[in-house]
Design a protein around this ligand. Structure first.
Ligand code: SAH
Length: 296
């Protein structure tokens, strides 16, 4: 999710990575190199970063020394501490999302369960819990926490318990797919940019989510092999909902998609019969564009 690219670059972030995450010790050797991303997401970060500083306990700002990181015993201890810190900051993020209007307890619990900092490169992981989209490379972004939660809440309205089969178009770094896997029995997610598909695979590996399957391909074609879906969620904005996706909705199913170019709105599509769909227009939003075809 993103505003339009602006060419802005981050000048300074208030926290170091080590201050909030154990990610520095995790290997990213298998991740393909990234291109420089120039997106307003970066501006969002700079603008919103002080919120994190304010809401963080002072101890968060104490960066462990290199010596302590080098020591195995200390590293274990440090990881425990950092896990506690990221848990606390994530709770604060969920509280903000709730204050912004998301009420579904299952969605809020899912947001609390998924470590968003696992999905960002080390240089940005310390910003993981602010309410902003952030660059993930290839001119794409990880969506803002509020919109991730809101879209899933909309998808789940009228559902008691978990959704059955859900399709996400636009895996990106894999964050929203991981959240979806907490509220649905089976989640399929498609990404058209191969290095991002691989990045998501790598990010998700350590979380070991058995009910999530990633697929490299053009999501505008859907996933006919496993259709129909009870829920479809698009993480990129087109001018209209692709017909293939409408066809792959189960009767009674719901689809949520950002629609538009510069001015975008969230649209909810309900399949009310074999040959009948109803559409509702919800709030405004800003997503990267939905594009046809694949990029290897
Ligand atoms: N779901 C992500 C957001 C990813 S940004 C999150 O968890 O935050 C949107 C993604 O949609 C980008 O990675 C982009 O490459 C992808 N995308 C755009 N058009 C697509 C298409 N036709 N099929 C699959 N993915 C697409």
């Amino acid at each position: 999710m993103s505003d339009q690219p602006s060419g802005a670059k981050p000048k300074r972030f208030p926290l170091t990575l080590d201050a909030v995450t154990d990610k520095a010790t995790r290997s990213r050797a298998t991740v393909a190199p990234r291109f420089n991303s120039t997106q307003t997401a970066v501006k969002n970060v700079a603008a919103r970063a002080p919120v994190l500083v304010k809401s963080s306990p002072p101890s968060v700002l104490n960066t462990p020394t290199e010596k302590s990181v080098a020591n195995v015993a200390n590293t274990v201890k440090r990881d425990d501490n950092m896990t506690l810190v990221s848990d606390a900051i994530r709770k604060a993020m969920v509280k903000r999302v709730q204050q912004q209007g998301v009420q579904d307890p299952l969605v809020l619990a899912a947001m609390e369960a998924v470590p968003r900092h696992y999905f960002l490169e080390p240089g940005l992981a310390s910003q993981a819990y602010i309410d902003a989209s952030l660059p993930i490379g290839y001119h794409q972004t990880i969506s803002q926490p509020y919109i991730v939660a809101r879209m899933i809440e909309i998808l789940r309205e009228q559902t008691t318990g978990k959704l059955n089969r859900v399709l996400e178009i636009g895996t990106g770094c894999g964050y929203q797919a991981a959240v979806l896997a907490h509220v649905a029995k089976d989640v399929y997610s498609i990404e058209r940019i191969k290095p991002l598909h691989e990045l998501a695979r790598n990010n998700l590996r350590q979380l070991r989510i058995p009910n999530l399957r990633l697929h490299y391909g053009d999501g505008m074609l859907g996933f006919p092999q496993v259709a129909p879906f009870d829920g479809i969620i698009l993480a990129a904005a087109g001018l209209e909902v692709p017909q293939a996706l409408l066809d792959q909705m189960a009767v009674g199913g719901r689809l949520i998609a950002p629609i538009g170019e510069k001015n975008q709105v969230l649209k909810l599509v309900l399949r009310t019969g074999v040959f009948e769909w109803k559409t509702e227009t919800l709030e405004t939003c800003h997503f990267v564009p939905l594009k046809a075809g694949t990029l290897g």
